[in-house]
Design a protein around this ligand. Structure first.
Ligand SMILES: Nc1ncnc2c1ncn2[C@@H]1O[C@H](COP(=O)(O)OP(=O)(O)OP(=O)(O)O)[C@@H](O)[C@H]1O
Length: 221
């Protein structure tokens, strides 16, 4: 559970948002929508602890949060395989028992993300969707209870976007993973999320996803 109360954020003289009040429950699959510059990434940074709020509180049930960034292409000569890339976020250990546990964990995550068959391929040479799945796999390493997708589907083909979201939906259903999906994508919002948190007039309005309209993604912040 993530409970936000009276949260406000300023950068110098600029008010980004004020008096945000909302709650995200365990197992929710919500979208965070609003125009460019309305404060979506800033809010997420505050939730993760990378940025301080100006006032207000965030209460959580002490949960771990996984973060999947926006898709960035990776050079074709990038030296690591998919599995090696995912392992970057593991603590290095010489303890044989811990190494075994890490191997089991990696195998489980590779399986859950459908990457087992291609785990030894160089990350720079696989498709955009497969690269993004590797980022998703990395985010799952700490067994998060909440996953934040920060425009993670942007710049992927429509079919690939849907495949990635199908996978996230499966994780949401099977493991009760809470998902916060920051997006400008109207179709994906409607198709995958149940509830939307809409940034409007410097605050947030929780709305039924069926009431989301295209202009809500396009207004001035
Ligand atoms: N570190 C910072 N210092 C000063 N201003 C900032 C900083 N980070 C963000 N801002 C400003 O805060 C506002 C909200 O930015 P934010 O990136 O949270 O918006 P967003 O809704 O995620 O936008 P987008 O949809 O374009 O990604 C913007 O006006 C931005 O320029």
């Amino acid at each position: 559970m993530i409970k936000v109360e009276n949260l406000s954020k300023r950068f110098g003289n600029q008010l980004v948002f004020e008096n945000l009040n909302f709650q995200i429950n365990d197992g929710d699959f919500i979208s965070l929508v609003g125009p460019n510059g309305s404060g979506k990434t800033t809010l997420v940074k505050i939730i993760i602890g990378l940025e301080k709020s100006s006032s207000g509180t965030i209460k959580t049930s002490g949960q771990t949060i996984g973060y999947v960034p926006q898709f960035r292409n990776i050079d074709s000569d990038y030296p690591l395989s998919i599995e090696q890339f995912i392992r970057l976020n593991l603590k290095i250990t010489l303890n044989p028992e811990k190494r075994r546990q890490n191997n089991d964990l990696i195998n489980t995550i590779l399986q859950r993300t459908g990457l087992t068959e291609i785990k030894d391929r160089p990350l720079g040479l696989v498709s955009g969707g497969e690269k993004q799945k590797a980022y998703l796999a990395q985010a799952l390493l700490n067994d998060p209870k909440t996953l934040i997708l920060d425009e993670s589907t942007a710049s992927l083909d429509v079919e690939v976007k849907n495949q990635l979201m199908d996978l996230v939906q499966e994780l949401n259903h099977k493991y009760q993973l809470t998902v916060i999906f920051i997006t400008h994508d109207y179709d994906l919002t409607k198709k995958y999320t149940k509830r939307a948190l809409l940034f409007k007039n410097k605050t947030i309005e929780p709305i039924d996803v069926q009431k989301v309209s295209k202009d809500m993604f396009e207004m001035e912040g």
